[in-house]
Write a protein that binds this ligand. Sequence first.
Ligand SMILES: [Zn+2]
Length: 420
Amino acid sequence: MDTIGTTSQVTGNDVTVNGRTYRLPRQPTVVVCIDGSEPGYIERAFEAGRAPWFARVLTKGTSLLADCVMPSFTNPNNLSIVTGRPPAVHGISGNYFLDPESGKEVMMNDARFLRVETLFPAFQGAGCGIAVVTAKDKLRGLLGKGLALAPGKACSFSSEKSDKASLAENGIEDVNALVGLPVPDVYSAGLSEFVCAAGVKLMERDRPEIMYLSTTDYIQHKHAPGTPVANDFYAMMDGYLARLDAMGCTIVLTADHGMNAKFGADSQPDVIYLQDLFDGWVGKDKARVILPITDPYVVHHGALGSYAVVYCERPEEWAAKLKAMPGIEAALTKEEAAKRFELPADRLGDLVVVSTKHKVLGTSAARHDLSGLTEPLRSHGGISEQHVPLICNRALSAPANGRHWRNFDAFDLALNLVAS
Ligand SMILES: [Zn+2]
């Protein structure tokens, strides 16, 4: 792990957080994490004439390709974007993990798992208004950690629980009246539309200096780039983003991860069931496979992704065996994975397994309920879903000179690297 400052600091017009320095915003700055936005979604919507704002931004603003962090899942990447650092620093290594302290498998949603502060309390300390809006409530606790919530000054809420928002918990109330929309279904494009609509209404009413909007990948899990439903989704976003742009905001868009088709010629998910494999190799339940994609909302992916960790003895031996199998892109010991993917070694299993572009990893066939998969599986988690867009509605103020961009450079780009 790199040595970084653990405290934030405000110096003149600069804020330093987690060892990175940002200029204070000169106009409202909006970073949008479009969940599961594989490169191609925006371009296809633009080519179909459905996204005039994106068309303007891709030609006149900044359009880069970045790598997200591994595993290419939602929580690790959202936390990287808002801390500016990889999981080795912030500690969020999945949506779900085996907590070594309790020995229990738990969701990684609790703010106590976050090891550094996000940018938001630091910018609040420098006098900025802050607004954080997420689709699913699972991210809210992590993203809002450390914010002093107060009406008109800082709020943090989700579309999913918009009707429950209170001044004490969220720094805002009557969200549905403000946005003019009812609580959307948790499995719908409406959950993400609500995030965008709330962003526009909050910008009109409070004009926060820093806004973070995080959508959900329900549509991307079901619909490939360029398909009618995907184009509708990006057309929807285009309209709201154009309104934020018209209010003078600097807008950076990126994604937490990409998305790929993960099914075979029979349209069924193409799965390697790791727990079944290990049960055959070492005996029933002697090894323990954990799928960090797991979250409370698995209907659209059946908890099948391209990344798994395994608690087992003799990890080197199994790594060699797995690497020789078709469909396995990487099998790494904990130490190798921590180094290669900048992950917290104390929150990995003994072995990290990554499948190839069109394969997914499961535990046991009997433990996956795939009845909710109404479309052929699209999912993520692997190295093959690391490429994501990094887009800004303003042009770079200096050439990037071959820089290797990460999605967690989003605030650096918005605040330090584009013309205001
Ligand atoms: Zn995601």
